[in-house]
Write a protein that binds this ligand. Structure first.
Ligand code: FES
Ligand SMILES: [Fe+2]
Length: 268
């Protein structure tokens, strides 16, 4: 049991943008049950291609909208009595057997942005609207870079533990097989502390020679980070990740990896 658990010092779920799906995993018209930020949610993609996230339970008699719910245009239709909820507003826009729609017939809608091969949701503990934007990662739409590779995993820890681990350079050598751990990191902060850049340079042995390489890690909020490796002439490597709180004790981490095309055979 960790000290945090034994001392009951639960950390809250952080505010910010967090991925709830890879883009490729949600087809047009698809409806999915998801659970993040300790909330039951429904994720669906409207016929326009736009993704939506709503609270999961129908305000009529409480059916879970993902359990048999269907997408009609930009709405999800409840599987129980067919009420339809608009993805953008969460409002009930159709009751098939009734002309009058009760004003309280709505579910909470969440702010959603699709970018960088992922679908992001804004979480704020006090329900405040988004105060910053998900960064655009140019490599992910650059034809000089390879089609991305994806992986994801879930870990039974608080999200902050993941973030702290990212900033623990010594383990890179012993856990990840780096030739030496990065020393002399430079750290810059921006956007009032919401953005952080950590970079370190070291001599690295690679399959194509020995280079003085720089690892640049950009982080936005608690959830998003882009790690770029530079130093091999005309070549680059990018790892973009989002970590999302499932609840206060479980975290889901998603990664998108890409490299310049001239590294394709090496990157695999
Ligand atoms: S429970 Fe959803 S329409 Fe009745
Ligand atoms: Fe690690």
């Amino acid at each position: 049991m960790s000290r945090r658990e034994s001392e009951h010092t639960d950390l809250p779920i952080p505010n910010g943008w967090f991925a709830v799906s890879f883009s490729k995993d949600l087809l047009e018209g698809e409806v999915k049950r998801i659970h993040y930020f300790d909330e039951d949610l429904v994720l669906f993609r409207g016929r326009s291609g736009r993704p939506y996230v709503l609270d999961a339970y129908c305000p009529h008699l409480g059916a879970h909208l993902a359990e048999g719910g269907r997408v009609l245009a930009e709405t999800v239709r409840c599987p129980f009595h067919g009420w339809q909820f608009d993805g953008a507003s969460g409002e009930c826009v159709e009751i098939p057997y009734c002309k009058r729609i009760p004003p309280r017939a709505q579910v909470r809608k969440w702010d959603v942005v699709e970018r960088d091969c992922m679908i992001f949701v804004w979480h704020h503990a006090e329900g405040k609207p988004p105060s910053w934007e998900v960064p655009e990662i140019p490599e992910l739409s650059d034809p000089e870079w390879m089609a991305p590779r994806y992986f994801d995993f879930q870990v039974p820890v608080h999200q902050q533990d993941m973030h702290e681990n990212n900033l623990d350079p010594v383990h890179f050598q012993f856990v990840h097989g780096m030739a030496e751990f990065p020393r002399d990191s430079e750290i810059q902060y921006g956007e009032g502390g919401r953005f952080m850049r950590v970079q370190h340079t070291s001599q690295q042995e690679t399959p194509v020679g020995s280079f003085r390489m720089t690892l640049i890690r950009d982080s936005w909020g608690m959830g998003l980070s882009a790690v770029r490796t530079t130093g091999i002439p005309n070549a680059g490597l990018l790892m973009f990740s989002s970590t999302t709180a499932i609840d206060a004790h479980h975290t889901h981490s998603r990664w998108v990896l890409t490299a310049t095309r001239n590294m394709a055979d090496l990157a695999g």
